[in-house]
Write a protein that binds this ligand. Structure first.
Ligand SMILES: *Cc1c(COP(=O)(O)O)cnc(C)c1O
Length: 451
């Protein structure tokens, strides 16, 4: 019997075919070579009949396409979770994107004082805006909020004790646990109270000469209900002051504008958190603030100066692209109405449901003209990213009932990838987390997925 595997063409022969030559003109040689080799290997293992030249080129071209796709790529978030950590949290405002491009293109005054012609500080850049917007005496921007917590505890409580309520020893997600982070900072964690109830006296009793700070962790991704008690930041500030201790408030979310008018209440803004008496407030740049990934530390001049001098500040320093995007985003907040329109996270969270409904209707009618069955249905969106954990936000979804699983998979593998959710055997594409300018692209993606 003839072994068809022996008839496989050599790698060199394949490289000489016109189809592969064309690929070599478009792509790096090593990418094409790898694709040719793996196509030959695959054919050898599969032991299939000799493919035609056209089939070889098709297989190789598809491997080249796969290898050339960026690993980090654009996704349309149709999950309805606006701050989806796995999908990159906050999309940036146009001004922030332009600011990044502008600074990335050339040199910048990152650590250069243009007035004096002397060395400057990267830490000077967003400080003025943060002071104006939050009332903080001083501010420091680092890589993310977790870094802010490590830096803060290391600078203020290394080899000393910090008090934290047992009800606040939370896991933020993705194996990030507050107690682990705190331990790595070199501070010793002293747990006070119980999971559901912590009182003033629990803190008072735990204070010893070794105590260096009291930490308040915002319960950002869950609530506890029932027989509960916690000590407010105001009370903590009062207790801490009796002993000359700082209160560190890990706020997480980074809300700068109240959203009560839009049905989202219960999350303190940064200025309210500061006004409550915390010495330091820590927050993320890419949660409700709607900017780039960053950790923002707000606080008193003396304490922030101490943090700036800590070696961790250097290890966790923020880069120029982040600073440029953060500054542009913060500037939008000088006009709150503008921030609500132009910071995508705020625009998505505050979009009127009637508006989402009308977007959904027009998408569904485009789909109908492509002979695709779809309908508009009510959906519940959420904030995500550890903020307003219990808030359900009324939304609308484009619903595809036929072939839901297969459509979901094809959409996920498309370009751009579309991430929706399956519920009750139907595919739901919630539009609250879809940027309005993506609506057309989303329709095209659905049409492709159903073709
Ligand atoms: C999200 C969150 C963090 C972590 O913030 P990153 O910027 O992701 O590092 C820390 N603390 C709280 C309370 C949070 O909600």
């Amino acid at each position: 019997m003839k072994d068809s595997r022996r008839d496989l063409p050599s790698v060199n022969a394949l490289l000489e075919t016109s189809g592969v030559k064309w690929l070599l003109e478009q792509h790096p040689r090593r990418v094409v070579l790898d694709a040719v080799r793996s196509a030959v290997d695959a054919a050898r293992t599969a032991g299939i009949a000799q493919p035609t030249e056209e089939q070889w080129v098709e297989t190789i071209a598809s491997a080249v396409r796969e290898a050339s796709r960026p690993s980090l790529r654009r996704v349309i978030n149709a999950t309805g979770v606006v701050l989806h950590t796995n999908l990159g949290r906050a999309p940036l405002a146009d001004v922030a994107i332009r600011a990044i491009g502008h600074v990335a293109e050339g040199y910048s005054n990152l650590e250069y004082d243009i007035e004096t012609g002397q060395r400057g500080s990267r830490y000077s850049h967003c400080v003025g805006l943060l002071q104006q917007l939050t009332g903080a005496e001083d501010a420091l921007v680092v890589n993310n909020c977790a870094a802010a917590l490590v830096l803060t505890l290391n600078a203020l409580a290394q080899k000393k004790e910090v008090l934290v309520s047992r009800g606040e020893l939370v896991e933020i997600g993705g194996s990030f646990r507050i107690p682990d982070i705190m331990a790595r900072s070199g501070a010793k964690l002293v747990e006070v109270g119980t999971t559901n109830r912590t009182h003033d006296d629990d803190y008072r009793r735990a204070i010893t000469p070794k105590t260096a700070a009291i930490v308040k962790v915002h319960r950002s991704n869950f609530t506890i209900e029932g027989f509960t008690a916690e000590v407010s930041v105001e009370r903590l500030a009062f207790i801490a002051a009796e002993h000359g201790l700082p209160v560190i408030h890990d706020l997480g979310s980074g809300l700068l504008l109240p959203l009560d008018d839009y049905g989202l209440s219960g999350e303190p803004t940064a200025s309210v958190a500061l006004a409550s008496g915390a010495t330091l407030v820590l927050m993320s740049g890419d949660k409700l603030l709607g900017g780039p990934q960053a950790g923002i530390i707000l606080g008193t001049t003396a304490v922030v100066a101490k943090l700036r001098k800590n070696p961790f500040a250097r290890a966790m320093r923020v880069d120029k692209l982040t600073l440029s995007a953060l500054e542009a985003t913060l500037r939008l907040y000088l006009e709150p109405e503008r921030a609500l329109k132009e910071v995508p996270v705020l625009a998505m969270l505050t979009e009127r449901v009637e508006q989402i409904e009308s977007r959904a209707r027009s998408m569904v009618s485009s789909l109908h003209s492509s002979n695709i069955d779809a309908e508009v249905a009510p959906s519940m969106a959420s904030v995500g990213g550890g903020a307003f954990p219990t808030a359900d936000i009324a939304s609308r979804a484009v619903v595809l009932s036929k072939d839901a699983e297969r459509t979901e998979e094809r959409l996920r593998h498309g370009e751009p990838a579309v991430i929706g959710r399956i519920a009750g055997g139907k595919l739901l594409l919630d539009l609250r987390s879809v940027l309005p300018r993506e609506d057309g692209v989303l329709v095209q993606a659905i049409v492709r997925a159903r073709s």
